[in-house]
Design a protein around this ligand. Structure first.
Ligand SMILES: C[S@@+](CC[C@H](N)C(=O)[O-])C[C@H]1O[C@@H](n2cnc3c(N)ncnc32)[C@H](O)[C@@H]1O
Length: 241
């Protein structure tokens, strides 16, 4: 029998072959770009995108961490990674097939890690957050973005539409999970999508029955961003003479 991980991989392989990697890029960019801009990436830094899909965020980050740095994209789906290599290869970029639950990186490697619309597909979110904490440098930052969360009422039907298990958490659940993994300065924000809805191509689906539903999501509910940082260990107190 197929494992859930195999089912998830096969689903996203199918999505990649159907061109949904670039459709997701288009749909996620208005909000994921707000996260990327706030990371304040600098030349020489190491950046990781877990569940990178077609790799668009990795390509964007690569231009900011060069020269001297590297942007890595990791995804479970070999077909997503193949698409990323085809469309977003450039110097300072690396794409790796791998699982969020067991990151193939040394402890304290990355300055910044992101995760866009991927956390809720993981069977064991605490394990993934613990791996992210391990892979971050002290002081390194992590940002996740999710549209599937309890305060977005439109997303309530998504689990019924998807053939793989998903985890439906609230904003507070995410905050607690980040804190439980040892991340500090945990905060959430809503990211709004300023793009107009194209009425001529609108089709109902994914809980959005009307154009007004999409506008309400984009302008008043928003994508949920959760931020955290790996703490810097305190320097030992020196005894004063
Ligand atoms: C909805 S797509 C989002 C892709 C991309 N981040 C974006 O913004 O378009 C979710 C991605 O997470 C990946 N994924 C799901 N479970 C994973 C896991 N356990 N480890 C690594 N990647 C995973 C999928 O293969 C898929 O490419």
């Amino acid at each position: 029998m197929e494992s859930v991980t195999q089912q998830v991989q096969q689903l996203f392989d199918e999505w990649a072959r159907a061109g949904r990697g670039s459709r997701m890029e288009k749909g996620h960019w208005p909000t994921s770009s707000q996260i990327l801009n706030r990371l304040d990436l600098k030349p020489g830094q190491l950046f990781l995108d877990i569940g990178c899909g077609n790799g668009y965020c990795v390509a964007w980050a690569a231009d900011r961490v060069a020269p001297g740095g590297k942007a890595i994209g990791l995804d479970l789906s070999p077909d997503m990674i193949a698409e990323a290599k085809t469309h977003h290869s450039k110097p300072s970029v690396e794409f790796i097939i791998g699982q969020a639950e067991t990151l193939p990186f040394e402890t304290a490697t990355f300055d910044s890690i992101i995760n866009i619309e991927s956390l809720y597909y993981y069977r064991d979110i605490p394990q993934v957050l613990s791996e992210i904490h391990r892979a971050l440098k002290p002081g390194g930052q992590f940002a996740a973005m999710v549209d599937f969360y309890k305060e977005n009422p439109y997303s309530a039907v998504w689990q019924d539409l998807m053939p793989i298990p998903m985890t439906y958490l609230s904003e507070t659940d995410y905050q607690k999970a980040f804190q439980a993994a040892g991340l500090v300065d945990v905060r959430t924000e809503r990211l709004f999508n300023p793009e107009p809805v194209d009425i001529s191509t609108f089709q109902p689906g994914w809980g959005y029955d009307t154009v007004e539903d999409v506008i309400r999501f984009r302008q008043t509910i928003g994508s949920l961003a959760i931020w955290g940082r790996k703490p810097v260990p305190e320097a030992p107190h020196k005894n004063t003479p």
